[in-house]
Design a protein around this ligand. Sequence first.
Ligand SMILES: [Zn+2]
Length: 296
Amino acid sequence: MIFVSRNQVAEPAILSRPFRGGKTETERAIDHYTNWDRKKQYSFSRYSETEVKDALETLFHGKCAYCESNFRHIAPEDIEHWRPKGAVILADGTEQKPGYYWLAATWSNLLPSCIDCNRRRRQEDVRDPANAQSGKQNLFPVADETHRWVKHDQANQNGEAPLLLDPCTDDPVDFIDVDDKGVVREAKPVGTQENDRARESIDVFGLNRSDLVDERKKQLALVKAICREIELNIRQVPFFPAGQMRDDTIAAIKTKLSELKAHQREDSPYLLMKRPVINAFVSRTAPDLVSLGIVI
Ligand SMILES: [Zn+2]
């Protein structure tokens, strides 16, 4: 998970466009759940419009907002409600209906998610193999249930403290990092609020499910292999006199640097893990590259 500024993409107009009759979906949902008969759930539709899907895909560069896997072209994307719309699981495990119905068509509550992060199912956690369930679905843990928002008119009056990270308001680097085995860890010590939120997010989104950790490890190995090749070539250059061998080696360094830059692009997966590795490498080799006349 990395920070993504929502300002980069305009809010899709469809979310606040009135239906026939003049009311927006938010207004209709509030009407529906005011004096609700508990029989029929409101059928939300605006969030799943193509305009919203496209905006989220652009904003997150075709990646899952939680695990940073690239799902463009390979899997359908779920439009995920950070605060769940239809029902929410409370701390005691019971389901409360409705959920945050008044936020179902609210742009700041929508994120693109891969199926594995969003749908609750069996996924082995590499740090805790006994913990075989992950996927957010209707989970939205808060620090104190007595402050959970339950009605639209309390939304701005109550001190709800979500335990999950929101990549558009929290900067994940303040909470989590990734070790050299591709495993996501809490960045702050146990007992801190940052640690609590990191732990809960890793657990709920399943950020250490085994397939995902394997994929991160593969990507990390690719990045490290490129770094090694560049360093090897840097060490060789001084042994070559001016001429073809020297020119070819410098050209090879430039090619590999381009490959490394591609791993830093916004659409590249697992940037939380890759960015510190690449930044450290570039800082370490910058003097050598400059001395070879290579622009970083
Ligand atoms: Zn995901």
